[in-house]
Design a protein around this ligand. Structure first.
Ligand code: UDP
Length: 141
């Protein structure tokens, strides 16, 4: 198995629900290490830039509004198959379709406010990690 890095965000609803520790605990139990982390309140420009790939989608404006509605917790996770493993922990985009025991099934109510983000592939992971962190801010161990 390949050691990978992936970009994870606990979205404003997750921070508001006070489940940062709960989500981090799930990462750690799954063998994923938090190797960089920062809390920040995304600006409109940051949210639009981060989700640029969705700019033509009908939900884009609401997504940007939601992602700028409060602070988020952004982290780099590292571990074997980190990208797919994090997606498994998160569950499906729509919490109604997420497997029981996943973060979204347990904590999210709607498809838009769904608690967590996770990179969906190797190229995306690289781009998304670079979006938030400089190489010297990532502490592999
Ligand atoms: N989203 C939404 N409505 C939709 C689809 C997506 O509000 O019909 C939001 C939701 O917050 C989702 C994000 O846009 O997490 C990115 O969508 P994507 O399909 O990339 O899902 P993800 O990779 O987050 O599971």
């Amino acid at each position: 198995m390949a050691v990978e890095r992936t970009l994870s965000i606990i979205k404003p609803d997750g921070v508001e629900k006070n489940i940062i520790g709960e989500v981090y605990s799930r990462f750690e139990k799954a063998g994923l290490k938090v190797v960089a982390a920062r809390m920040l309140h995304l600006s409109q420009e940051q949210a639009e830039g981060f989700y640029a790939v969705h700019s033509e989608r009908p939900f884009f404006n609401d997504l940007v509004k939601f992602m700028t509605s409060g602070p988020v917790m952004v982290q780099v996770l590292e571990g074997d198959n980190a990208i797919a493993r994090n997606r498994e922990l998160m569950g499906a985009t729509n919490p109604a379709e997420a497997e029981p025991g996943t973060i979204r099934a347990d904590f999210a109510q709607t498809i838009d406010a769904n608690v967590v983000h996770g990179s969906d592939g190797a190229d995306t992971a690289r781009t998304e990690i670079d979006f938030f962190f400089k190489p010297e801010e990532i502490h592999s161990r």
